[in-house]
Ligand binder design. Structure first.
Ligand SMILES: Nc1ncnc2c1ncn2[C@@H]1O[C@H](COP(=O)(O)OP(=O)(O)OP(=O)(O)O)[C@@H](O)[C@H]1O
Ligand SMILES: [Mg+2]
Length: 622
């Protein structure tokens, strides 16, 4: 019979280390969190071989006495739960587990001098074996050195990646912690090179403008681009407070790795929070693109359980609904305030496109999202320079679009100069989109503003306008419908028919009336009046696809928004149509009056602006 026995302390610690210390970056995270808990204002880090041979963290925090040092490396010894109360955790650490775990799998040495103490002490732990404290030299604070991580657990050692990769993880961890603590200076080097050097910003609490301090830190980490294109977020509900910065929807990334979320100063990667961000941006960004955000949620300690994940990167909220509502509401509000501001990255990319090209045109546009929703991709192939006009032209029914057929196929530039009535709006601050001067390639409106010019993508702009009007009408109790003279029968797969028919009431609220017509077809009787004459069959097919794709977890409201988007895309048949000056100006004025008109609902800009100064630079006048 196998013998049942208590495991030796060292083995227990090694097992705990398996959870807490996954790789050098996780050991580093624990050490830096300890320094922050100790009130450090400056934290200097050295990593060798990505942290495998050395992790050194020096801080100027409160330090420890000799007996504190011995206790610190003992399991379950902590100074951070003075009232034994796990529901009121205000520090990053609380388990008294990190140092003994690290000590069990490495050669650990801690040198520390307690504030006001007259000497420093050093303690060493090697593979779990402890030697007594000895006097050492250190002027203040604490220096922790972890050498040969995992030397005592060769299995773990094998799983380490290349030093560069491990170093990358470490840098990322420090960046996250540094975002939450702009009042602390951080440096990180590999012994010869400095990888991060962040000066302390004035204290958030006492500084005159906490947003500026934090934004400066975010800019230092995420780059100028974020700093220039971020909206401040500030909202409070029932003692929960959300602050931080949210990137404009036109500044988007391929993954959500650039979404930084913090709960009571603790970096987390929490599904609930990430989902809320996704929900808030849903209207503005295509599903395969991700906005950049840095959001800080503060809430009473007893409302959140931080003790649910060994590396403390997930949390559990008492009131998840409140958290989600707060985030979605705050972000939507910030985005609404931003009105039709498009990101500067768009302008810069456009400027790049204007520069003299060498050889054939390379496509210097901001690339459209490659995997955007099927409906978008169909009409907007990924080569806007040559494809958009044709695609839109192909999409136009021949009898649609007013003045004379065939215009969208013009191969010669079809610019027209307005010589008619004077248009004073270009200097009117209420009309930032200026006065329309010309339409080119049957889809782009050129307008003159007070200090530059604006190019509007009339299809994208119109799509946004239809979308916003649709949402508005929906909120006001339903979208006006228009009966088709001849009901249209659309043949579909059976599953698609089922999906559409089961959603018929929702679709009706959106102005689309359809019913089943045998197993493999639906009949469309009415369409949203806003869409004008539309290709009902195309619309219904796209909707069926949308509904199939729609994440089952999406709320009804979010799904409706999706459907609105598809409908708006179909309603935007104005592209490829020549507009006269009055029509162009009317579109500009509508855009100014419409929230979120700076980007279409796929996150693409509806217009770009070139400042006169940029134009002058293009011509070498500056
Ligand atoms: N850099 C430091 N400066 C001052 N005291 C420190 C420092 N690092 C650790 N300590 C002391 O050592 C104790 C043990 O640290 P350890 O990281 O093992 O546990 P913890 O931070 O309390 O909890 P957790 O395991 O959740 O991190 C801390 O509670 C703290 O009192
Ligand atoms: Mg700790």
């Amino acid at each position: 019979m196998p013998t049942l026995r208590r495991l030796p302390e060292t083995l227990v610690n090694q097992i705990a280390a398996g959870e807490v210390v996954e790789r050098p970056a996780s050991a580093l995270k624990e050490l830096v969190e300890n320094a922050l808990d100790a009130g450090a204002r400056r934290i200097d880090i050295v990593l060798r071989e990505g942290g495998r041979s050395l992790i050194q963290v020096s801080d100027d925090g409160c330090g420890m006495e000799a007996d504190g040092l011995s206790l610190a490396v003992e399991r379950h010894a902590t100074s951070k739960l003075p009232d034994d109360d796990l529901t009121h955790i205000s520090t990053l650490g609380f388990r008294g587990e990190a140092l003994p775990s690290i000590g069990a799998v490495s050669r650990l040495s801690i040198t520390s001098r307690a504030r006001g103490g007259d000497t420093a002490w050093r303690i060493r732990v090697e593979g779990g074996r402890l030697s007594p404290p000895e006097p050492a030299a250190l002027t203040a604070g604490t220096r922790v050195e972890v050498r040969d991580l995992f030397f005592a657990t060769p299995a773990r050692l094998k799983f380490l990646k290349a030093p560069r990769t491990e170093q990358g993880h470490a840098v990322e961890i420090i960046q996250r912690l540094a975002m939450a603590h702009p009042e602390v200076a951080f440096s990180l080097g590999d012994g010869s090179r400095t990888l991060l050097d962040l000066a302390a910003a004035p204290d958030l609490a006492t500084g005159d403008d906490p947003y500026r301090a934090r934004l400066a830190r975010l800019g230092a980490i995420l780059g100028r681009e974020f700093e220039d294109n971020a909206l401040p977020v500030n909202a409070e509900r029932a003692g929960y407070r959300l602050t931080g910065h949210a990137g404009l929807p036109t500044l988007h990334k391929r993954t959500s790795a650039q979404q930084f979320l913090f709960v009571n100063g603790r970096p987390v990667r929490d599904k609930l929070l990430l989902g809320a961000v996704r929900g808030a941006y849903m209207d503005f960004i295509s599903a395969d693109r991700h906005p950049m955000v840095a959001l800080f949620l503060e809430l009473p300690a007893e409302e959140v359980d931080v003790n649910v994940h060994p590396a403390k990167t997930e949390v559990r909220f008492r009131d998840a609904g409140l958290v989600r509502g707060l985030i979605v509401g705050a972000l939507k509000h910030a985005l609404a305030e931003a009105g039709h501001r498009a990101s500067t990255t768009v302008g810069t990319a456009t400027l790049g496109a204007f520069r003299p090209q060498e050889g054939p045109y390379q496509g210097n546009y901001p690339r459209p999202h490659s995997g955007a929703s099927a409906s978008w991709a169909t009409y907007h192939p990924s080569h806007p320079s040559q494809g958009l006009a044709e695609a839109q032209a192909a999409w136009q029914a021949p009898d649609r679009g007013g003045s004379g057929g065939g215009f969208a196929f013009d191969s010669a530039p079809a610019a027209r100069v307005e010589t008619g009535a004077p248009m004073p709006v270009e200097h009117d601050p209420n009309h930032p989109l200026g006065a329309a001067k010309a339409q080119v390639h049957a889809n782009y409106i050129i307008a003159q503003t007070g200090d530059g010019l604006v190019i509007v993508d009339q299809h994208a702009a119109h799509e946004r306008l239809v979308y916003e009007r649709m949402k508005e009408a929906l909120a006001a109790g339903g979208v006006a419908r228009q009966a088709l003279l001849l009901p249209e029968v659309v043949e579909l797969e059976e599953a698609a028919v089922d999906r559409l028919v089961s959603r018929a009431p929702e679709l009706e609220a959106l102005g689309l009336v359809l019913e089943g017509f045998g197993p493999g077809a639906v009949v469309v009787r009415e369409v949203p009046a806003l869409l004008g004459q539309t290709d009902a069959a195309g619309l219904v097919r796209d909707l069926a696809e949308d509904l199939a794709e729609a994440d089952a977890a999406l709320s009804l409201e979010d799904r409706l928004a999706d459907v609105c988007g598809t409908m708006a895309c179909h309603g935007s048949v104005r592209s490829g149509r020549r507009l006269n000056a009055d029509e162009m100006n009317a579109l500009l004025r509508q855009m100014e009056a419409t929230p979120h008109s700076g980007q279409c609902n796929h996150g693409r800009p509806t217009y770009v602006e070139l400042k006169l100064s940029d134009i002058e630079r293009l011509f070498g006048r500056r």
